[in-house]
Design a protein around this ligand. Structure first.
Ligand code: IPD
Length: 266
């Protein structure tokens, strides 16, 4: 806790500043700067500028720490802490003017690889709603002063689930088959378009569960900690058909095994 809380406070502070900049740039108009892994995977000038701000603030405050950012890549530090950053998660929403996007900042310990690291602290800030989700290992998950808990069990009407479809068109057929397998246990399905918010909403009990294939480390570093600190479960499963596109599942404990089984399939 001695280490985690200052990291959490810094993540919160910088996520708010970064969110204010993202919102400001959104009101000024958004320009797509480039495409990345596929033509649907875009980066805006604002993503780059917001990541520069976060990186510079972290370098000032914690000069020895490492950095792993969606837009500007990785740099190893001299401490055992790495900051994992998505400056604007939900970039396509952001570019289209849909107000579901977030700044996601996590501090992790150990190798800068999600299979090996231990997440210590994280913040997911939604500039459009002003909601600040945050968590620290052992310190709980919080939304603006209220402690968060996942839903233990869905209602009798079924689970309110969320998903996403990654940018790799090669996974879309299996993504849709997965939706077909999962729907019998769902009361409905949401696709918000920002994985960090999907995970924050599982932590807050707004969703009973979430599944998506092909997330990147910066999409889930802070959100997975939120889910776990809110009493939920989070898993990454390698699937055989397309290597490098693992499946991620998050939910409360009551629905997790059923959701995982349906999402993975036969
Ligand atoms: C994306 C969003 C989206 C999810 C994609 C992510 P980005 O992140 O979280 O909801 O479906 O898998 O890559 O590109 O907007 O930062």
């Amino acid at each position: 806790m001695a280490t985690e809380q200052p990291l959490e406070a810094l993540a919160i502070e910088i996520a708010r500043e970064a969110g204010a900049l993202a919102q400001q740039r959104r009101t000024e108009g958004v320009a797509i700067a480039a495409t990345k892994s596929s033509i649907a995977d875009i980066v805006t000038e604002a993503d780059r500028e917001v990541e520069r701000l976060i990186r510079a603030r972290l370098a000032d405050e914690r000069p020895g720490d490492g950095f792993l950012g969606e837009e500007s890549g990785a740099e190893r530090g001299t401490t055992d802490i790495t900051w994992v950053v998505d400056p604007i998660d939900g970039t396509v929403n952001y570019a289209y003017g849909i107000p579901a996007y977030a700044v996601s900042i996590a501090a992790v310990r150990g190798e800068p690889n999600p299979d090996a690291w231990e997440a210590l602290a994280g913040a997911v800030f939604s500039p459009s709603t002003g909601e600040q989700f945050h968590a620290s290992r052992g310190g709980g998950a919080w939304l603006d002063g209220h402690r968060l808990s996942v839903n233990e069990e869905p209602s009798t009407a079924g689970a309110l689930l969320a998903t996403g479809f990654g940018y790799d068109p090669a996974t879309h057929a299996s993504d849709l088959a997965r939706v077909g397998r999962v729907m019998p246990m769902a009361r409905d399905l949401r696709r918000i378009g920002a994985a960090s918010l999907d995970l924050a909403f599982v932590a807050a009990g707004r969703f009973d569960g979430y599944f998506e294939r092909g997330l990147q480390p910066w999409d889930h570093a802070a959100g997975a900690l939120l889910v776990e600190e809110a009493g939920g479960r989070f898993a990454k499963i390698q699937l055989d058909d397309i290597p490098g596109r693992p499946l991620f599942v998050a939910s409360g404990p009551g629905v997790f095994d059923r959701l995982l089984a349906a999402a993975v399939g036969p």
